[in-house]
Design a binder for this molecule. Structure first.
Ligand code: SF4
Length: 290
């Protein structure tokens, strides 16, 4: 179900320092997400999004708000979008909120960082190139290289293979792009084969970076939802989770150190960084974690 709402504020300030993408502002054009990833943390009670899988709220006044808020901003900092919703979920094809927001961001010459699981981002490649003269980064969220597994884990999202092809096209257009490889689901995605396949394919498709987290978060109703999906997709696996993690929130995969070592080796081989180079006129794109 889709419902239209009027928002009071669009851009929220991000607590500094923001460790992953160098964000200063966060922009949520939608509330809820049609991609329905079984592990999504946005189902957690603390976010207060009831009916996360049943309803998407569309902020119909978002573009006017964005324009007036950017006109008043004194600090030019990166606007992030793609947390707690996907800015290119299927609905975006008709509503075009993200596309219109990017046009405003280009006009005000603000930097932007997008996280998405969708190849629909290609629709906006021209405006992204324009924003890229200041700074534009597009991170594709990829947790498995296997399309069949992806269909089960992220049932509403485009296939992983389509995401990689979209990444290739963006890279060929000169847009800074890479992968957020998080979560890596314990006992499902935590194999060297999966990590190697993601890193290799990312390299082939022009990624500049891969940001990993060898684990996942689990809490309250999000854990309950995830376990129901495990029962459906991987009968018997829930018990292994319960024995390993109990009530824990941060759940690193059991062999995280070994996977991280293999990941680092591959990144060195392919000259990929494990962190993004954030917006900042003084920063060159040569940060290396390893
Ligand atoms: S795309 Fe992101 S926000 Fe949407 S359901 Fe998946 S993890 Fe959650």
């Amino acid at each position: 179900m889709v419902r239209e709402i009027q928002a009071k504020v669009l851009l929220s300030h991000v607590k500094q320092p923001e460790p992953f993408f160098g964000l200063r502002y966060n922009m949520n054009l939608y509330r809820g997400c049609q991609h329905r990833c079984i592990y999504c943390d946005s189902r957690s009670e603390c976010y207060g999004i009831d009916g996360f899988d049943r309803e998407v709220l569309v902020k119909t006044n978002a573009i006017e708000l964005l324009r007036s808020e950017l006109a008043r901003k004194r600090i030019r900092g990166t606007i992030g979008t793609g947390s707690m919703h996907d800015p290119y979920m299927p609905l975006e094809r008709e509503v075009n909120l993200t596309g219109r927001a990017l046009a405003v961001i280009a006009e005000f010459r603000f930097p932007v960082h997008i996280v998405t699981k969708s190849d629909l981002v290609l629709r906006d490649v021209d405006v992204l190139c324009e924003i890229g003269q200041v700074y534009a980064a597009v991170s594709f969220s990829i947790t498995t290289a296997d399309d069949d597994l992806g269909r089960d884990l992220e049932p509403g999202a485009p296939l992983v293979s389509k995401r990689f092809l979209a990444m290739k096209e963006l890279a060929e257009r000169g847009i800074y792009t890479g992968v957020t490889m998080m979560p890596v689901l314990p006992f499902i995605e935590d194999t060297e084969e999966n990590v190697a396949a993601i890193v290799t394919r990312a390299y082939e498709c022009g990624a500049s970076y891969i940001i990993p987290w060898f684990g996942m978060s689990l809490r309250d109703r999000q854990r309950a939802y995830y376990y129901r999906q495990l029962d459906r997709l991987f009968p018997g696996l829930r018990g292994r989770y319960e024995r390993t993690y109990g009530e824990r929130y941060h759940c690193d995969v059991p062999d995280a150190a070994r996977l991280a070592a293999r990941f680092q080796e591959l990144c060195r081989q392919y000259d990929l960084t494990a962190q993004i180079t954030p917006y900042g006129p003084q920063k060159a794109r040569q940060l290396r974690l390893f």
